[in-house]
Unconditional design. Structure first.
Length: 173
């Protein structure tokens, strides 16, 4: 039987030590490791407006909740329906209860009188915090200017639009 050379034994030991050191992390290293941005439970949720309550006790209630809807994507994107317009933006939550909305890209239809469109668009950039309470989402504006209350949109409340290029319309031909 052939014996291993001392050099080979030292080399093999070093290789095992290096491999285990590369894969090991101390608790401090794990704590400092970059993590995914916090989504605060908003990613993948959809909401419709219940009311806006200003700090001067003025309450604004939409004529139709479904005309004012937000859909938070899991990728940091947000889709919005604000009365007669549709929009896209970004969102992020850097900590518990914190919310930052990016610039809103919006269609430019003129909504009818009594619409909350202009109010919401004007306040979009001032949303700073959120709270999930009793199944509702509360978005608060900076400087305690007001709070938007939203309720979840369930799949039964959201009509599904046909997809482009669907063969469903050709099935009866």
């Amino acid at each position: 039987m052939k014996r291993l050379s001392p050099r080979f034994a030292v080399f093999a030991t070093l290789a095992v030590l290096v491999a285990s050191a590369v894969n090991a992390q101390t608790p401090a290293q794990k704590k400092d490791a970059p993590s995914k941005p916090e989504t605060g439970g908003l990613g993948g949720t959809s909401w419709q407006l219940v009311k806006f309550q200003s700090m001067d006790d003025k309450t604004l209630i939409p004529d139709d909740k479904a005309k004012y809807a937000l859909e938070f994507g899991t990728d940091g994107g947000i889709s919005a329906r604000i009365d007669c317009n549709r929009g896209r933006s970004t969102w992020k939550s850097s900590g518990s209860g914190q919310l930052e909305l990016g610039p809103l890209v919006l269609t430019r239809a003129m909504c009818p009188p009594g619409s909350l469109h202009d109010h919401i668009v004007k306040n979009w950039a001032y949303v700073r915090n959120y709270v999930l309470k009793d199944g509702h989402l509360f978005l608060s504006l900076m400087a305690d200017a007001g709070i938007y209350e939203l309720e979840p949109i369930t799949p039964a409340k959201t009509p599904r639009l046909p997809t482009t290029g669907s063969n469903e319309s050709h099935a009866s031909r």
